[in-house]
Design a protein around this ligand. Sequence first.
Ligand code: SIN
Length: 304
Amino acid sequence: MVRELSVELCGVALDNPVIPASGTFGFGKEMAEIYDINILGSISFKGTTRDARFGNATPRIAECPSGLINSVGLQNPGVDAVIAHELPELRKIFRKPIIANISGFSIEEYVECCSKLDKEEQVAILEVNISCPNVHNGGMAFGTSPESAAAVTRAVKAATTKPVFIKLSPNVTDIVAIAKACEEAGADGITLINTMLGMRIDIARRKPVIANKMGGFSGAAIFPIAVRMVYQVAHAVKIPVIGCGGVSSAEDVVEMMMAGATAVQVGAENLRNPYACKEIIEELPYVMERLGIERLTDIIGIIE
Ligand code: SIN
């Protein structure tokens, strides 16, 4: 029997639900050298800000059991360079709809990036990151209260006709309240979760491993937290959810979808195994067969 992997996000048809998470796949170039990335459902490209950013001081990666901490600090060439150079290159190697991941330090900056990317034909969805834990006065600062999350949502929605997904932080006490505030402010969907704030100490040097002291913890270790939050949010809102956080296998994709995700992002696992997304997509039909799943859409949110 043929297994149906396709899903739809706000009218955007994806051949399958597997999407590399922003910041773990760049703009696709390096990965396209090792496999045909057109196998992917979509790509969420590296978080883009109005101005070019060098990112945080190094070291900015700390390895951990079952995951890693990053404090990259939104390194990117800036939205104009992304539009002028990265997107035309990406278009040559990837023929499908893409997700533009946007970060900012003010509401005006989010709006400027969104309205510029709104004009890009291949950009099908704007993913507004209000959850980066690695920068001051921006990123996560907008995602830790329902009011500020709603304010960003309202402003970007007025600047684009494309579907807007808000990417939420797990570093909050009530993620459902924030998701609902975004929905009420007009969000078309929610992506969750971004990384958990973490820290490692080099006990020989008696110093934090990361120059910025703390960073975002991701990888397989956070998967159960992500499933829990996806479940809570997907059952509280009517808009679609993209599940993200520690996904490392085809079974994880199925679990995330049963919790309520319509599509699933793979993040840290791409850094551990660059073939992760390809292997997950190839494995999915076999896992579906084993579990008696004909269409992936049949299992979205089946856990009550
Ligand atoms: C970073 O560039 O610091 C990571 C992005 C994020 O955590 O949102």
